[in-house]
Design a protein around this ligand. Structure first.
Ligand code: PNS
Length: 162
């Protein structure tokens, strides 16, 4: 009998991808046959980077991982999963505050589709304070963020803020 391919998705806004995201992606990629990185299409929220730029940056930063597929999705994440044979949602947790929010989302997603599981990976403690929003915030004041984002993102951020 053919072995079932285990597919998971790590979804988010990724505006832009950070080293914290990348750490979760590289660890989660070892746990599944295929890990999709799902970039949320949110027509109500204009980001710093366009969707295409975000996808391009994620592809560039994950080029050394061979089981990654970067996709864009709209609407409910569980609907995308159901349509694409994905049964696991991967989430990174940085802090107690994240746990509260993430648990709510996990319960809601379970309510929406009981066949889909959420797994939490603790963020590497070196990135426990890193978020895309805070990176953008401190960059406005020309803070040094080169140890917090992949080099491709640093260049893209510098180009945006020029
Ligand atoms: O970058 P974020 O804010 O951590 O990502 C949150 C995301 C995109 C995973 C979440 O907002 C999401 O799944 N949105 C799609 C719509 C949906 O399914 N909402 C119900 C979540 S319980």
């Amino acid at each position: 009998m053919d072995k079932k391919i285990r597919k998971a998705i790590f979804a988010g806004s990724f505006d832009p991808i950070t080293n914290g995201h990348l750490d979760i992606i590289s660890r989660a990629s070892k746990l599944f046959d295929e890990l999709q990185i799902g970039v949320l299409i949110n027509p109500n929220k204009k980001g710093l980077f366009s969707l295409e730029e975000r996808v391009e940056l994620i592809n560039a930063c994950t080029k050394d991982l061979d089981n990654i597929k970067v996709i864009k999705f709209q609407g409910l994440l569980v609907n995308y999963c159901r349509a694409h044979g994905i049964d696991t949602l991967v989430r990174g947790v940085r802090s107690e505050a994240d746990v509260n929010y993430e648990l709510q989302m996990a319960h809601m997603n379970k309510e929406l589709d009981s066949n889909i599981e959420t797994i939490f990976l603790p963020t590497n403690k070196q990135y426990s304070f890193v978020s895309s929003s805070l990176i953008k915030e401190v960059l406005k004041f020309e803070a040094d963020v080169k140890h917090l984002v992949p080099k491709e993102v640093l260049i893209a951020l510098e180009n945006k803020t020029k």
